[in-house]
Write a protein that binds this ligand. Structure first.
Ligand code: ADP
Ligand code: MG
Length: 696
């Protein structure tokens, strides 16, 4: 295992490989362009392409691909080989700067939300030099952005990069006010903790719901679930450990800082946490992690389920997005300082976050909205759909004290004293204890816990960056114009806290009291994706995205449409899968069982006419009634599915699925699960919850 430092990043064309292989002036010019965010000269790109190709070929690659993140939420790649024919009928391995910098995959089948409708199928990919290229399965993968002929974004990376720029711009204005002029760049750091389930592949392949939908649509509760809490942090089983070891090796080779692994709350559930890195790479790395989890699992005869709620009745899977803002000089701006000056700066960033989250609860909810995640949010296992901030008692008390200190003491003026010289050192272990909060301050970072396990972290981070940028912009506008900086700063911190403290809640977010209290405080509670998404395109939000050049109005609308349609499509697939399973598998199974029951009853009677056949008859009666109910419910679901309009507005369609189809599916499931409890195991057509959860 002492090979690991040497192994780490071997499949990445990172800084070291570049320095080694590029002529010094090319390397310097590449770095300069990267720092200044300028486009590369073509000769630099050519030299880079050649070095990258030579490196890749030496490492066994035969192909390259522009690796991008379309709106499907998964990554996309189209492979081209490096071969290029020569005059003598042979080939050379070739790769040009042009091919590195720009590509044109056929984009017609990626979701565009109408953005491309008028511009045929053209979509372009462009190299993102801020994330390193890497080799996966013999292919050089070049991280790229993806946009349409008209220049509109079609992917998840571009807005993240734009929002990072916006945050950088505004945060540096604030830093300048505090005299921190040595900072060239402000960066958001992220560490995404990833939860997942591992189940046996053979069992998985027996269930169409898992195959088509990634979650079970039927399934009676097993006698044992997670009630004993014996899985959480329990000893890891050998087969799972084998999977984790291989996954770690693969991730390390790709430069992913895979760090922590443990069993989670539900049986068969696990978690992987990386060491944090900048948001752009963290997003790429999380996509790679999810992809590798799937491929490595298959090699171990396992299937990795990334769905937010694969099993009813046991915990679902989420993703915790640990987020902080750092400078290129190595300072974390969410770290309480050790001097009054730095404390004041910390408090300003802290209240900025409080204001940003309060004013944009809607967008944070939107950023995690998917049909799968709706099953978790508010399910007493995951944070509720209500956004609030956990600060911990120490910080809350401090802000309360500051707020009450109404009078301005000129003594404060000289040294920026805000009434606290040095903040109490915040202990991570006390600030981290509230696991029910959707948005928790954990000592030197925020932990956004509402993300579903399957989603890309790009959108939540885009939103966090943008709302923070906007708040910092307002703060900078106010403070830059102030005659007396200290005074203005003092007032701003107090006022912001007073106006937005309703968003702070340190109690139990799972309790019913909180739901009522949150309503009194006027906080949003957007229960489903269909409820949340319309906020994406509100005037407030379109203006916000426009102000910081994160999305144009068209781009926000396209995202809204893609997500709204995605919601309805997901439910549609699930509903059709249920129909198929009920009709093709469950009915025949229960009929076979009823047939055997009735023939047993008849045989008993024919041998001994006086013999009671109570058991068979009463079971038969119950099953017969339940299967008629099931049959009727499939008819209802089918009829309702036929009513779902295909040309109505996407919001109407989504609402129809939410209000009509989802309850139909729930009703159908309840009856099927009851039938499962009564039917002989040999007759039941699928592996049960018990088989799936406890088999590995
Ligand atoms: P848990 O939340 O389960 O207690 P940890 O606190 O160990 O787990 O992990 C939290 C995650 O937060 C890790 O991925 C870690 O790298 C990340 N993290 C730590 N500090 C920062 C920071 N300043 N910015 C962003 N992420 C961070
Ligand atoms: Mg966590």
């Amino acid at each position: 295992m002492n090979r690991i430092p040497e192994l780490f990043g071997t499949m990445v064309f990172g800084d070291e490989a570049m320095r080694e292989r590029l002529p010094a002036h090319v390397y310097e010019s590449f770095r300069r362009c990267l720092e200044a965010r300028q486009t590369l000269d073509l000769d630099v790109a050519d030299a880079m392409a050649t070095a990258m190709k030579d490196w890749a070929v030496e490492h066994g690659a035969t192909h390259y691909t522009h690796w991008f993140q379309p709106m499907t939420g998964v990554t996309a790649e189209k492979h081209d080989s490096f071969i290029s024919p020569t005059d003598d009928g042979k080939i050379i391995m070739d790769f040009s700067g042009k091919e590195l910098v720009k590509g044109e995959p056929d984009a017609s089948s990626f979701p565009s939300g109408g953005l491309r409708a008028t511009f045929e199928a053209r979509g372009y990919t462009a190299w993102d030099p801020s994330s390193y290229a890497f080799i996966k399965d013999g292919t050089l993968c070049i991280p790229t952005i993806f946009y349409s002929y008209g220049g509109s974004v079609l992917d998840k990376k571009t807005p993240l990069l734009r929002s990072s720029d916006a945050l950088d711009r505004q945060a540096r204005r604030i830093l300048a006010l505090f005299g921190n002029t040595d900072v060239n760049r402000v960066i958001t750091s992220c560490g995404a903790e990833q939860e997942y389930f591992l189940i046996d592949k053979e069992l998985h392949d027996c269930r169409r719901d898992l195959m088509y939908c990634g979650r079970t649509l039927f399934g009676a509760k097993p006698p044992k679930g997670q009630e004993l809490d014996d899985h959480y942090f329990g000893a890891i089983k050998p087969r799972v450990q084998g999977f984790m070891n291989e996954l770690n090796l693969e991730l390390w080779k790709l430069g992913v800082y895979s760090k922590t692994e443990h069993n989670e709350v539900a049986p068969a559930q696990h978690e992987l946490a990386p060491v944090f890195t900048d948001a752009n790479r963290a997003a790429d790395h999380n996509q790679l992690t999810m992809e590798l989890m799937k491929t490595v699992a298959a090699r171990h005869g396992l299937t990795c389920l990334l769905h937010e709620k694969p099993f009813a009745g046991v915990n679902g899977s989420g993703k915790h997005d640990n987020w902080s803002i750092c400078t290129d000089t190595g300072e974390n701006l969410l770290n309480p300082g050790t001097s009054p000056q730095n404390n004041a700066r910390f408090l300003l960033f802290l209240v900025a976050m409080i204001k940003a989250v309060d004013e944009h609860q809607d967008l944070l909810r939107v950023s995690v909205a998917t049909a799968g995640n709706d099953h978790r949010l508010g399910g007493n296992e995951a944070p509720p759909a209500i956004i609030s901030i956990f600060l911990g008692d120490e910080l809350t008390d401090l802000l309360e004290t500051l707020e009450k200190k109404e009078t301005y003491d000129p003594k404060d003026h000289a040294d920026l004293n805000l009434g606290v010289d040095v903040l109490p050192r915040l202990r991570q272990d006390t600030t981290d204890r509230n696991r029910t909060s959707p948005f928790a301050f954990t000592g030197n970072k925020f932990e956004f816990r509402m993300l579903g396990s399957a989603i890309s972290i790009s959108c939540p981070n885009t939103i966090l960056n943008t709302i923070m940028a906007d708040t910092l912009m307002q703060f900078a506008d106010e403070l830059e114009g102030a005659e007396d900086f200290s005074h203005a700063l003092n007032r701003l911190i107090r006022r912001t806290y007073r106006e937005h403290k309703r968003i702070i809640f340190n109690g139990n977010n799972y309790s019913d009291e909180w739901t009522q209290e949150a309503e009194k405080r006027g906080l949003l509670n957007l229960k489903t994706t269909a409820d949340a998404l319309p906020y994406y395109i509100s005037d407030k939000n379109v203006a916000l995205f426009g102000r910081h050049a994160v999305y144009s109005e068209n781009e926000v609308h396209s995202r809204y449409e893609i997500l709204m349609e995605g919601y309805a499509k997901t439910l549609k697939i699930e509903a059709h899968t249920m129909l198929e399973m009920a009709r093709k598998d469950i009915f025949p199974a229960v009929c076979a069982y009823m047939k055997d029951l009735s023939s047993t009853a008849m045989q008993k009677k024919s041998i001994l006419p006086d013999l009671e056949a109570d058991l068979e008859c009463s079971l038969l009666t119950r099953l017969s009634k339940l299967s008629s109910d099931l049959y009727r419910l499939t008819e209802t679901l089918e009829a309702d599915l036929a009513k779902a309009s295909t040309d109505a507005d996407c919001k109407e369609v989504a609402e129809f699925y939410r209000d009509i189809i989802l309850p139909d599916m729930q009703n159908l499931r309840e009856v099927a699960d009851e039938i499962e409890m009564l039917t002989g195991a040999d007759y039941w057509p699928y592996p049960t919850y018990g088989d799936l959860l406890f088999h590995v």
